[in-house]
Design a protein. Structure first.
Length: 61
């Protein structure tokens, strides 16, 4: 998470707390619907997952 946004970290090198999700849009949608990211990052409110969604769309092609 960087400044309220969930960003992909395929190499696992970004600092701080991380959260895992299967690399599919179905799993991402389920995690968003269940509000899993705010709980995993101990953050208030919904988080922006746009960058993560774009990354998953690219790797699913």
């Amino acid at each position: 998470m960087i400044e309220g946004s969930c960003v992909p970290d395929p190499r696992g090198t970004l600092p701080g707390r991380g959260a895992s999700v299967h690399p599919t849009l179905v799993c991402l949608d389920l995690a968003v619907r269940r509000r899993a990211f705010p709980r995993a990052f101990k953050a208030q409110g919904p988080l922006d997952v746009t960058a993560l969604r774009q990354y998953l769309e690219q790797i699913e092609q």
